[in-house]
Design a protein. Structure first.
Length: 184
């Protein structure tokens, strides 16, 4: 008697679930990109919609002095990051977060396909030695992470490139730059 009751209870619990699974799926609602962007902006204060454009070309050097241009990165997934090494807050936090991503990526076959690229906006102070030390201090793996600079002879080049990506850095008299926000 107990066994029959347990079977009826078990069947009674699974039949409604089976009926729900047998219902036809509801059509998915479509949302405009403006609506999605609005929802994301409401939930995430740092969300910035962007318009997909071709990456701007550049001619920079890595911390070892080798020339690097956009063409050298073709066919790779590029994680691009702009810094100035004397930044006391946001730049090192971003670098640390990206380093955690690099650590996970480098455990997979994607390691060969992903390049992490950091471009300085303060090449007068961020010498190749400073950039190498910045990477070492954060545990960044140079096997697929490059620090790029325009060199002190073209100090505006890094900021110009950052602006092409919608970022704005403004030098201050004492050296550190203020992140002036996005113009995207």
């Amino acid at each position: 008697m107990r066994r029959r009751r347990a079977v009826r209870l078990a069947l009674g619990a699974t039949l409604p679930a089976a009926a729900v699974l047998a219902l036809p799926p509801r059509p998915a609602g479509a949302h405009s990109m403006k609506e999605v962007e609005g929802r994301l902006h409401d939930r995430e204060q740092f969300f910035q919609p962007f318009e997909a454009k071709p990456a701007p070309d550049f001619a920079l050097h890595d911390a070892e002095g080798w020339p690097v241009g956009l063409a050298d990165l073709r066919g790779k997934v590029v994680v691009l990051h702009f810094i100035y090494a004397s930044c006391p807050d946001v730049c090192p936090l971003h670098a640390d977060l990206i380093a955690r991503i690099q650590e996970k990526v480098n455990l997979t076959p994607m390691r060969e396909q992903v390049r992490f690229v950091t471009i300085t906006t303060d090449p007068e102070r961020d010498t190749p030695e400073v950039l190498r030390a910045y990477g070492e201090a954060r545990g960044l793996d140079p096997v697929n992470w490059a620090f790029l600079t325009s060199g002190a002879e073209r100090p505006e080049e890094g900021r110009r490139l950052a602006e092409a990506y919608g970022l704005h850095f403004v030098p201050t008299p004492d050296g550190p730059q203020m992140h002036a926000g996005s113009r995207m």
